[in-house]
Design a protein around this ligand. Structure first.
Ligand code: ADP
Ligand code: ZN
Length: 530
């Protein structure tokens, strides 16, 4: 047996996991996370999406006496979780604003009789004086906080109503508090512990690599064909296509239906009934593909999603990790394809700089930094698994992951990247490292627009050095050199400057990788291996 029950806690946990879920083994860190709960030691548990965070508190809630209180941010998510638990035979309930007075009474009866083992609550409901008082009279075994990064303004999904959670330690002095999140940054992790007032919590951080996911990035040439090709390869299998805007969602879903695919849209503009129907149809395999904005997926627990396509660039690496992470939760192989063009970055930049709500200088700056991060991922010509794992501050030991476009050798690389890079870098140097990427590219392509002529840059030796290349390619190469840290974009205007390795490359020392122009459509992992 993989997990011989060496101590009484482990035996009890495995017993409950087997009895209610039929699972025989812990996933990585689950045993440690569950043991913290059993021992009543506060904890912060960081596992990637699909890592099995829910079980970390659900199993101990059953194995312990009393009732666990679970704080969860979304009403829809709560109901799904409670339904899933009841299906497994676990006595679970939830309280939120969707319940009638009658229903609330029934819940409180079940809680008072000691029947309920897990009680889910929305933060604003939990913090109401009446609710807190009522719960303080019950036998609360511990408090679990789901999506705990929402408490930190450092995180990418700050929710002010989560801030009130700090009263929980005082309200339940004998119950430990456990926080769960998929956001790995150390700053967020420490902030969660601080905001919740945890005492000496055990910090459990899982590996962020998802070896069963094959990652690919392609420049968006003909998005619809690229999406359709992926759908075709996974014919009859469930998949998610993420688009940036509702309009894109509608257009793409309609086009896929036209092609004979059972697809449906999902975005915040649909009626709640329609959204629920599409979501249920997807979960129950009546649909193959959901085309969605990022509103879709929080809390979706569908283990057999075989592909996730991003029809446009996501907002941050964190978002990408989370959204692509909805593929392959069953640990079987799945494909993740990201289609991007630089205009996506421009769209996001506009949305970040003109937020519909909030938007202080700090959060705008954080948003723009996050956007730089995902742009670098897209332009990168380094192992995708490595980039993702390193982004989350973890080491990646594997030289060839065997599951990304870079390691599988699918990318069409320029034959003589050193000379090409040197042309670009020397143009940056000739311009005294004082211009942004667009301007540098224009000079390289030999533009004679007024600004360039007036500055005398048309007489530089590097002017027109890449006049034979398409401007869009040149621009992409600049991003690729930034992604490989030969160049950096400095200051508010993103002025291009040479790094130390850029200077060395100018002297011929370096190993840059540049992509040839138009990328081919992505083959699936199976095809490329056969
Ligand atoms: P997360 O909340 O971290 O995204 P979930 O808790 O939703 O992940 O778990 C993802 C999937 O993995 C679910 O279908 C869950 O039932 C399954 N799972 C969790 N733990 C185990 C385990 N020990 N063995 C098998 N499947 C598991
Ligand atoms: Zn790789």
């Amino acid at each position: 047996m993989a997990n011989p029950p060496t101590d009484p806690h482990t035996a009890a946990l495995l017993g409950a996991m087997r009895q209610y879920w039929g699972y025989d083994e812990f996933r990585p860190l689950q045993r440690e996370a569950m043991t913290s709960v059993m021992e009543g030691r506060d904890s912060v548990v960081v596992l990637p999406t699909g890592g099995g965070k829910s079980l970390c508190y659900q199993v101990p809630a059953i194995a312990m006496g009393g009732m666990a209180v679970v704080v969860s941010p979304l009403i829809s998510l709560m109901k799904d979780q409670v339904d899933a638990l009841r299906n497994c035979g676990v006595a679970a309930d939830f309280v939120n604003s969707s319940l009638s007075a009658e229903e609330r009474r029934e819940v409180s009866d079940r809680v008072q009789s000691g029947e309920t083992k897990l009680l889910y609550a929305a933060p604003e409901r939990l913090l109401m004086t009446g609710t807190l008082k009522f719960l303080q009279q019950q036998n609360v075994s511990f408090v679990a906080i789901d999506e705990a990064h929402c408490i930190s303004s450092w995180g990418h999904d700050f929710r002010p109503e989560y801030r009130g959670m700090r009263v929980l330690k005082d309200a339940f002095p004998h119950a430990a508090v456990h926080a769960y999140t998929a956001t790995a940054s150390e700053a967020v992790r420490d902030d969660i512990a601080k905001q919740l007032g945890l005492s000496d919590p055990s910090m459990l951080v899982g590996s962020f690599d998802r070896p069963n996911l094959a990652y690919r990035v392609r420049s968006a040439q003909q998005r619809l064909q690229q999406i359709a090709a992926m759908v075709e390869r996974h014919k009859g299998e469930p998949g998610i296509v993420y688009c940036i805007s509702r309009k894109e969602v509608e257009k793409t879903a309609a086009a896929l239906v036209e092609l004979g695919c059972r697809a449906a849209p999902y975005h915040a503009g649909l009626s709640p009934d329609q959204r629920k129907k599409n979501q249920d149809d997807f979960i129950n395999d009546r649909l193959e593909v959901v085309v969605a904005t990022v509103a879709f997926g929080m809390g979706i627990d569908k283990p057999n999603v075989r592909f996730v396509v991003h029809a446009g660039m996501p907002k941050s690496v964190e978002h990408y990790q989370q959204e692509s992470g909805r593929a392959g939760r069953d640990s079987l192989e799945a494909d993740c394809l990201l289609l991007y063009s630089r205009s996506d970055a421009v769209t996001w930049r506009r949305m970040i700089e003109n937020p519909s709500e909030g938007g202080d200088a700090d959060s705008i700056a954080a948003g723009l930094r996050a956007l730089e991060g995902i742009s670098r991922y897209c332009a990168g010509v380094t192992c995708r698994h490595r980039m993702l794992v390193e982004h989350f501050g973890q080491a990646f030991e594997n030289d060839n992951c065997g599951a990304c476009d870079v390691c599988l050798g699918e990318l069409d690389l320029v034959d003589d990247p050193v000379v090409l890079s040197q042309k670009i870098l020397s143009c940056v140097a000739r311009l005294d490292q004082r211009y942004g990427a667009d301007y540098v590219c224009k000079v390289l392509c030999g533009s004679t627009e007024q600004r360039i002529v007036q500055s005398g840059h048309d007489s530089l030796s590097t002017h027109g050095l890449l006049a034979d290349e398409r401007a869009a390619n040149v621009r992409d190469w600049v991003e690729q050199l930034v992604a490989q840290a030969y160049l950096i974009k400095a200051g508010e205007y993103g002025v291009l400057q040479l790094t130390d390795s850029g200077l060395r490359l100018l002297k011929g020392d370096g190993d840059p990788k540049l992509l040839k122009a138009a990328a081919k459509a992505a083959p699936s992992r199976r095809e490329s291996r056969s």
